[in-house]
Design a protein. Structure first.
Length: 66
């Protein structure tokens, strides 16, 4: 029997890691981190979208360091 969740566990994980990822991004791209933090705090962007955008920004920054 498959477990049914009220909230998608993936969204919970993304919600949990988002502050840490925003903190990392704030050292590399402070303006982008602040923009995303405001979007999150004001409810203008869903967590899934924020997580993907932060991940992309962090990943692109690492690629430029190579």
């Amino acid at each position: 029997m498959e477990k049914q969740f009220f909230i998608d566990p993936e969204i919970i994980k993304k919600h949990a890691y988002l502050p840490e990822m925003l903190a990392k991004l704030s050292y590399q791209q402070p303006e982008e981190a602040l923009r995303l933090l405001r979007n999150w705090g004001e409810g203008n962007q869903p967590v899934k979208s924020l997580f993907e955008e932060v991940t992309d920004l962090l990943h692109n920054e690492k690629r430029q360091d190579i």
